[in-house]
Ligand binder design. Structure first.
Ligand SMILES: [Zn+2]
Length: 309
């Protein structure tokens, strides 16, 4: 699942299951979601009991695995690649980037970003990468950001519950020893990865008649089917809201999913141009996982038109 993790911003839910092993130790599942609306197991832990200390231990390990190393390593590697010099990557990570990551207030964050922009202004590719890949999702990993709720539809409890039933089917009724549990989970995670890849592939290759309208002309093949489905549903809401669409939209789909809300769709309809790809959060557009696939690239609006025609 490392590839999935490296590709998608983290949307995490966690819960525990019992009766997965012969000792009756709780099995802690940490679950994420893909743009194709599939769940995946980010990590799991078998803990001795559900004490605060044990939860803290798991979360600290997870933070080490994902928070610190995941983002920082990615930043170091990309900056190094862009500069054509590994040392620059390290320098960037330990300098301006560290200040951004450690910001404890919005002011401190803004100051750190301004500092980075001033010192690295020459490297526009770095600025594009940092803003487009990470700072855009800052509410998910920066310390002071807790209120924003771009959750891409990850309603924690139901996600984790459905992953639960998947886990049960993986493990069956066996109350095996821990090594049996590890083996089964790892085999199942491999399968889950293949299923995710297949569904992403399908979003890139197949365009259902449902999404044939001019509204979707720039999106099919570039956005997951699930995202198209959500937009189609939102379009129904737009018709219902009718002339009151601007007053009553509320823009929830935009805030929580990074997808065009009813009033945005209405505006696009009026313009007669369809929805442009820029209106879609990169999360929904990242349809490839695996080596070298974690930076999605998008066409300019004019190129989108040219490409379509
Ligand atoms: Zn709106």
């Amino acid at each position: 699942m490392v590839e999935v993790l490296r590709t998608y911003p983290l949307v995490i839910g966690m819960d525990t299951t019992y009766k997965t092993n012969k000792y009756g130790f709780p099995f802690l599942e940490i679950v994420g979601v893909t743009p194709t609306n599939q769940n995946f197991l980010i990590a799991y832990a078998i803990i001795k009991d559900e004490t605060t200390d044990n939860y803290r231990w798991v979360l600290e390990k997870l933070k080490m695995l994902l928070g610190a190393s995941h983002i920082n390593n990615d930043v170091e590697a990309h900056v190094g690649k862009i500069c054509g010099n590994k040392l620059n990557g390290e320098y960037f990570k330990n300098g301006v980037w560290k200040r951004i990551m450690n910001a404890t207030s919005e002011d401190a964050y803004n100051a750190a970003v301004a500092d980075m922009e001033e010192n690295w202004s020459r490297w526009t590719a770095i600025m594009t990468y940092v803003h487009g890949t990470w700072l855009k999702h800052k509410e998910k990993f920066l310390r002071y950001e807790t209120n924003k709720v771009l959750h891409f539809g990850n309603r924690t409890t139901c996600r984790v519950e459905s992953q639960h039933s998947v886990l049960k089917s993986w493990l069956g009724n066996s109350h095996g020893a821990l090594d049996t549990v590890f083996r089964k989970v790892h085999a199942a995670v491999e399968n889950q990865f293949i299923e995710i890849k297949n569904r992403l592939e399908s979003s890139r290759q197949k365009h259902g008649v449902k999404y044939d309208g001019f509204l979707f002309q720039h999106l099919t093949g570039r956005v997951s089917h699930h995202a198209l489905h959500l937009i189609l549903e939102e379009q129904k809401r737009m018709w219902e809201l009718s002339v009151e669409v601007y007053e009553r939209c509320g823009c929830a789909l935009l805030t929580t999913h990074g997808l065009p809300c009813a009033c945005t769709i209405f505006t696009a309809n009026q313009g007669g141009v369809g929805l442009y790809i820029d209106l879609i959060d990169p999360f929904w557009k990242t349809l490839r996982i695996g080596e070298g696939a974690n930076i999605p690239q998008f066409l300019e609006e004019t190129a989108q038109d040219a490409d379509h025609f």
